[in-house]
Design a protein. Structure first.
Lengths: 242, 218
């Protein structure tokens, strides 16, 4: 019994079929509980008023946007080293989910920024590096869809993911440097996990768990879809040949 | 390797190689800017370093597809791949040739174009220095992008989408060094970071480019 057994697509589909309903239900329960708890049963922040409630979507989405890229990085490494197709397909399946989380984080951030900072968008280091991360997601997905041969596409995108990770981290710190030179620095961004009170922290924790489960469920589902789509294509090709 | 470099340079300089095109593009972008933002000298002087950096970056980007596409079409890339030279060496030489034919003319032309945008006097030296330190990174990163999209028809737009995010750190440090130079501030930190990015990209990215090229030629 090792984790590599799940590199077998049949085994992967069978196992994920078994756990998918539980994970999806867990995600739904966590998100519903966390959001209702957070939105209706926590006090308003004394300075931010009720806008503080965007926090329960904004922070988990932002966390998962970064973690999705990390998961793609690991999956790409597994593909390059051990050449398990499921791994490459999982990386492919995670990209649109991660991109969506990035958009959610940016959009809720803009909604929050409008009443708090008086602007939808500022070239704050955090915002800027998230926008750059979104561009990386776009390029990654565009490269996947541009190449016809599946193995070539998996190889090229996984190398792009590796190189992109290095440059994404580099951009993060470059942006930090760039903005300190221009604006008053990080007084705009709120360092959430450190200085938030327990009243807000517990529902946020439930929301984060919900987002993690949601991400896992979506990636499982999309990977299954990719596997089945590839199998259907293979069957069609065999049919045409005979 | 030297023979390959000489061949690439000859191909670029002779007719149809498009040697001056990047330079002409740089010139026209710089000329367009005052039309877009207005001819006030103070404003132009303030944005000049950034505009010149973006112009150089775009000129670099537009010339990238020439690195491998022509060789791929006439089959010489396959010959090169089977040559005793390692793929990493080929990729490095290609990047070097791209820098000599595109990056170096841009570096030399940039101070002249600075006059058009009324760049402040102390800025010329630092603009030149930041471009010298930064354009090798642009060529090396661009070679990676070109290798990634070499097998694709109409890969040009896709390549911009892939390469431009990778250019972000280089542009930030480069434009910052030029801006600080123009305003008479200390330029050492961004300039050192820029050199670091160039050196790091030159040392590591050829391996990635070579791997990608091998996959594409499979």
């Amino acid at each position: 019994m090792s984790i590599w057994e799940y590199a077998n697509p049949v085994k992967f589909i069978r196992t994920t079929d078994l756990v998918l309903p539980w994970i999806a239900a867990g995600a739904a329960i966590c998100l519903v509980t966390g959001l209702i708890w957070g939105v209706f049963f926590t006090p308003d922040d004394y300075r931010q008023g009720s806008t503080v409630k965007i926090f329960y979507i904004h922070v988990p989405a932002a966390m998962m946007a970064i973690n999705a890229w990390a998961m793609m990085l690991v999956a790409s490494l597994i593909w390059i080293i051990r050449r398990h197709h499921v791994s490459a397909l999982a990386a492919r399946a995670a990209a649109p989910v991660g991109a969506t989380f990035t958009v959610i984080a940016l959009a809720t951030g803009a909604l929050w920024g409008q009443p708090m900072w008086g602007t939808w968008w500022a070239w704050d280091p955090r915002l800027t590096s998230f926008l750059v991360l979104f561009l990386f997601y776009l390029g990654y997905m565009a490269l996947w869809s541009a190449i016809e041969n599946d193995d070539t596409a998996a190889d090229l995108t996984s190398i792009l993911c590796l190189v992109g990770s290095v440059f994404a981290i580099l951009s993060r710190y470059a942006v930090l440097f760039w903005n300190q030179g221009l604006h008053q620095g990080a007084s705009l961004s709120m360092d959430a996990a450190e200085n938030v009170a327990d009243v807000f922290w517990y529902p946020a924790l439930v929301c984060i768990a919900g987002f993690v489960l949601l991400f896992v469920a979506l990636v499982f589902l999309r990977t299954q879809t990719e596997i089945r789509a590839r199998r259907a294509r293979a069957l069609l090709a065999r049919e045409r040949q005979s | 390797m030297i023979a390959l470099l000489a061949r690439d340079l000859r191909l670029a300089v002779r007719a149809g190689g498009g040697f001056g095109l990047g330079l002409a593009f740089f010139l026209i972008v710089t000329v367009m800017v005052p039309f877009g933002v207005g001819p006030e000298t103070a404003l132009l002087a303030r944005i000049a370093p950034g505009v010149l950096w973006i112009g150089a970056l775009l000129a670099c980007l537009l010339s990238l597809d020439r690195i491998f596409a022509l060789d791929r079409e006439d089959g010489s890339l396959d010959l090169l791949a089977t040559a005793p030279l390692p793929m990493e060496g080929i990729v490095t030489v290609k990047a070097l040739a791209h820098w000599i034919t595109t990056g170096l003319p841009l570096v030399i032309a940039a101070p002249l174009l600075g006059v058009l945008l009324s760049l402040p006097a102390p800025g010329y030296l630092w603009l030149f220095a930041s471009l010298v330190a930064g354009t090798p990174a642009l060529s090396v990163i661009g070679t990676f992008g070109a290798a990634l999209t070499v097998g694709l028809k109409r890969g040009g737009l896709l390549m911009s989408l892939l390469v431009l995010p990778l250019y972000v750190p280089t542009l930030i440090f480069g434009a910052e060094a030029a801006r600080r130079g123009a305003e008479g501030l200390a330029v050492q930190t961004p300039l050192l970071m820029l050199g670091g990015i160039s050196a790091g990209a030159l040392a590591l990215l050829p391996f990635a480019s070579a791997a990608v090229l091998r996959i594409n030629l499979r």
